[in-house]
Design a protein around this ligand. Structure first.
Ligand SMILES: NC(=O)c1ccc[n+]([C@@H]2O[C@H](COP(=O)([O-])OP(=O)(O)OC[C@H]3O[C@@H](n4cnc5c(N)ncnc54)[C@H](OP(=O)(O)O)[C@@H]3O)[C@@H](O)[C@H]2O)c1
Length: 263
């Protein structure tokens, strides 16, 4: 009988930022592949409601509260997560935020909010969860990046810095923790309709502008991330570490189209 490389039965996955948006997409995909879940955010009520939704799908899940900007919250989180099902095999480091502003209008507070959440938070969540993974000699860490991990964009200076930082951090952690059986990769989504970018998708003109620049000619749909997250969480990616996988309909490769003269 052939091995199902994508089966996550018996695995435990933590998903941060799972009170809404992409964190919920990732959770459903991992749960459908067989993983038990620990879903987290700052909002206990929203995570509890999501646990109920998952139970309705036949997926076992538990909610824990975590603020990725708070040192004490993160330090307590690793042991608390290990205690829920006795281990954590998979971490999807997804909690994040964005503030879109021209660079001249960015404040110190904006910078700190974005970098503390998206980069410092991701590092220390990975660290607290990796302690248990390293002890057990197995782990899959999936850091959520963005197209701005590899491309620049006006209005996204601090956000892009945090996402470029995630890519660099991931390569270093992959080198650090690979010898202990822990892989670390970046899953970098393109443009998905969530509360984080409501300002974009509620503007028809902006949607049209964006879709014109996406080679696959549409925004991301909720299930478009399933294959990549299950791949990176599973045996299928056992020889992959330190890599950045873009799930973006090709928007990151279409940017230089303007350099080609239309005949
Ligand atoms: N949507 C896209 O097109 C897109 C594209 C590329 C990358 N991303 C990235 O994907 C991730 C999810 O984005 P999304 O679009 O789903 O955003 P979203 O709908 O705004 O959700 C953000 C999630 O992060 C959590 N969060 C924010 N600050 C937190 C903190 N200090 N501590 C703990 N949790 C915190 C929020 O939970 P609470 O508010 O309940 O705490 C929420 O669950 C983000 O890292 C984002 O940058 C999104």
């Amino acid at each position: 009988m052939s091995e199902n490389l994508f089966d996550l039965t018996g695995q435990v996955a933590v998903v941060t930022g799972a009170s809404r948006g992409l964190g919920q997409y990732f959770s459903r995909a991992l749960g459908r592949a067989g993983a038990k879940l620990i879903v987290t955010s700052r909002k206990a009520g929203d995570c509890d409601a999501f646990v109920e939704e998952l139970a309705g799908m036949g997926i076992t899940a538990h909610a824990l509260t975590l603020d990725v900007r708070d040192e004490k919250s993160i330090t307590a989180f690793g042991p608390a997560a290990d205690a829920v099902y006795g281990k954590v095999d998979i971490l999807v480091n997804n909690a994040g935020c964005n503030i879109r502003k021209p660079a001249l209008e960015v404040t110190w507070e904006d910078w700190n909010t974005i970098l503390d959440t998206n980069l410092r938070g991701a590092f220390f969540v990975a660290q607290t969860i990796a302690r248990g993974m390293i002890t057990r000699g197995y782990g899959r860490i999936i850091n959520v990046g963005s197209v701005t991990s590899v491309c620049g964009s006006a209005g996204l200076g601090p956000y892009g810095a945090s996402r470029g930082g995630i890519k660099q951090l991931t390569m270093s952690l992959a080198d650090d923790w690979g010898p202990h059986g822990v892989t670390v990769n970046v899953l970098a989504p393109g443009w998905f309709k969530t509360s984080q970018n409501r300002v974009m998708y509620e503007d028809e003109g902006w949607v049209q502008y964006l879709v014109e620049r996406i080679p696959l000619k549409r925004p991301g749909a909720p299930n478009d991330l399933d294959g990549a997250v299950v791949f990176l969480a599973s045996e299928a990616s056992r020889y992959v570490t330190g890599q950045t996988i873009l799930i973006d309909g090709g928007i990151s490769v279409g940017n230089t189209r303007a350099l080609v003269k239309k005949s």
